[in-house]
Design a protein around this ligand. Structure first.
Ligand SMILES: C[S@@+](CC[C@H](N)C(=O)[O-])C[C@H]1O[C@@H](n2cnc3c(N)ncnc32)[C@H](O)[C@@H]1O
Ligand code: SF4
Ligand code: SF4
Length: 401
């Protein structure tokens, strides 16, 4: 796999929907100016090139990323072409889909976009929390958009949030995705934005997510060949257990050295879910170069995330690494503590191991370089991606917490 640097760019925090659980914490609502956009693209390529990354991924996010309009994106595409300097790059849009029309489809085709649309399952479940500003459900418009993208033959996946509204219905949600031939990603609700003050009402307890995940995973494993749909979280977590090192950002030891998020005014954060959180702001891309920003104390704190003592002795530390660093911040207000969903993560990895064993496939031993996310530190050029030295000294243990 080529080493990839990912910048999740938020062109705006404005949104045409008002989902009850939305984690967006930023109340400012500008649209990113041209100068900030040029600077963001230029610095992203420059940093990735200097640090020895082989490819750059731009994820357009928000707020609702389609709000700035097509002309804004045509400018962004022209800037990428001009500033890439021969570097490989790709574009993904994470959208609620509501604004998709023929002109956008043409744009996505022309610029080879991957498209991810948020939908929380069939109408009854989706409409519970994913609402318009008038409090009406958004399912019809979102589902129409998904079908338009599919009919146009463009690559589309969907993202489902497991929350109080959906947690008891994972098999029904899977059936819906199978019926509609939709590849999907599944994530648990985070305590943030709209979900912070009413977490008791719409959030999950740290154990129940794991139980639902396992139920959905088993139903997914039992799908016939004809019914198979790709699920990113299921595939990547299974791959992590087989290979013995983290396979996606939630389980990476170094996720913060490969991922950043830039907001509409150029503020840089460790993750799109932490955008607008002043305490974890790395810096501003219009004021400093990305190299300086990534050397800031807060950035280094994320890159060198301390390990929770419970994780250091955990059987699954080599694939989980304390779970999602952003969730640690959101739930505990500190990144050295393990993910709120730890009991679920432990159960999930144990369950995958058990299902693999039934198939005669063993879980991989901890990869020797799992603390550098599978990359041999010796193969890095000097001055390339920083290595989590504090963490690298810790050896994986095989005991259960
Ligand atoms: C903040 S939205 C921005 C992009 C776009 N507006 C959308 O809805 O896809 C990005 C993703 O985060 C998810 N999300 C929003 N609030 C969340 C929360 N509190 N916990 C977990 N995921 C959340 C959304 O469902 C969506 O899939
Ligand atoms: S989850 Fe996306 S669509 Fe829903 S309110 Fe938040 S930004 Fe808007
Ligand atoms: S399962 Fe829990 S204790 Fe184990 S590494 Fe993950 S977060 Fe840490």
């Amino acid at each position: 796999m080529p080493r990839k640097f990912c910048n999740v760019i938020k062109p705006t925090h404005i949104c045409n929907l008002a989902c009850t659980y939305c984690y967006n914490d930023d109340v400012r609502d500008p649209i990113m100016r041209d100068g900030t956009l040029i600077r963001t693209i230029e610095q992203t390529f420059a940093y990735a090139r200097d640090r020895g990354f082989e490819t750059v991924e731009f994820i357009w996010h928000g707020g609702e990323p389609m709000v700035p309009g097509l002309a804004w994106y045509e400018k962004a595409m022209a800037m990428q072409r001009e500033l890439a300097g021969g570097m490989d790059y790709s574009n993904i849009i994470q959208t609620n889909g509501v604004l998709i029309n023929e002109a956008w489809l043409e744009f996505f085709r022309k610029h080879d976009f991957d498209i991810s649309i948020s939908i929380d399952g069939p109408v009854r479940l989706h409409d519970e929390y994913r609402k318009t500003h008038q409090g009406k459900g958004s399912f019809d418009r979102v589902f129409r958009a998904i079908n338009m993208v599919k009919d146009a033959g463009l690559p589309v996946g969907v993202c489902v949030v497991l929350s109080r509204a959906t947690i008891a219905h994972v098999e029904e949600i899977l059936e819906f995705f199978v019926e509609n031939r939709l590849h999907f990603e599944v994530i648990p609700v985070t305590k943030s934005g709209g979900a912070r003050n009413q977490y008791d009402l719409l959030g999950l307890d740290p154990v129940e997510y794991g139980e639902a995940w396992v139920k959905m995973y088993d139903a997914w494993l039992n799908l016939s060949k004809e019914d198979y749909v790709f699920c990113q979280d299921f595939v990547l977590k299974t791959r992590a257990v087989i290979h013995g090192h983290g396979a996606h950002c939630f389980g990476m030891a170094n996720c913060s050295s490969d991922n950043i998020s830039t907001d509409p005014v150029g503020d840089v954060f460790p993750c799109s879910t932490l955008s607008g959180t002043d305490e974890v702001k790395y810096g501003n891309i219009c004021e400093d170069d990305l190299d300086t920003i990534m050397s800031a104390r807060v950035a280094q704190m994320f890159i060198e995330r301390p390990i929770d003592p419970e994780c250091a002795t955990c059987k699954w530390q080599h694939v989980c690494h304390g779970g999602c660093v952003a969730r640690s911040w959101k739930f505990h207000g500190e990144i050295g503590k393990r993910d709120y969903y730890c009991p679920s993560l432990y159960r999930i990895h144990d369950h995958i191991e058990q299902r693999l064993t039934e198939q005669g496939i063993g879980a991989g031993a901890p990869h020797p370089f799992h603390m550098t996310d599978g990359i041999d530190p010796a193969s890095r050029q000097s001055g390339t991606k920083p290595v989590n030295t504090a963490a690298a000294e810790l050896r994986p243990a095989s005991t259960v917490p």
